[in-house]
Write a protein that binds this ligand. Structure first.
Ligand code: CMP
Length: 140
């Protein structure tokens, strides 16, 4: 089915200047970028975005990292976009990510893991609304 998913290129990958290389992977896999913006999140925004993790031991490290520099946020659209993006990203822990995935190639550790992608249709809807509120996104 045609889906949309929220993707974030995290501060580590933005600092490495691999936005273009990561965008090429999306495009080569048939995921179209239908919205994009750069942002430097406040602590409040990062805490709100990751609020499902607020009781987890890694929450503070995650928020500290996500506010450490600018991020690139995009909506990807395509057939089976949510799972397709997760396949392109590889496992959360780059040590466990398959060869040739974004995290295997660009990530340093489980906190600085290069990218985020929505994990299901409900999260995708919520995460897209969080970063692109009231914006009419166009399929293409
Ligand atoms: P992300 O997909 O952005 O969602 C939550 C993030 O928390 C995850 O990527 C990791 O960067 C980070 N994180 C750190 N430690 C863990 C952990 N043990 N399990 C899951 N996520 C973790």
């Amino acid at each position: 089915a045609l889906e949309r998913t929220l993707s974030i290129i995290k501060p580590d990958a933005v600092a490495k200047d691999v936005i273009g290389q990561i965008y090429s992977r999306f495009e080569n896999a048939g995921l179209k970028i239908i919205a994009a913006r750069m942002a430097h999140l406040s602590r409040e925004q990062a805490e709100q975005f990751y609020s499902v993790h607020k009781e987890r031991p890694f929450f503070k490290a995650l928020v500290d990292f996500m506010v450490s520099g600018p991020i690139m946020i995009q909506v990807l659209e395509g057939d089976n976009a949510i799972a397709k993006n997760r396949d392109l990203m590889g496992a959360t822990d780059p040590q466990k990510a398959d060869k040739g995935t974004i995290r295997a190639d660009f990530a340093d550790n489980i906190d600085a893991n290069a990218v985020h992608g929505s994990d299901g249709p409900d999260t995708a809807r919520a995460e897209i609304g969080f970063f692109f509120p009231g914006i009419n996104l166009h399929s293409r």
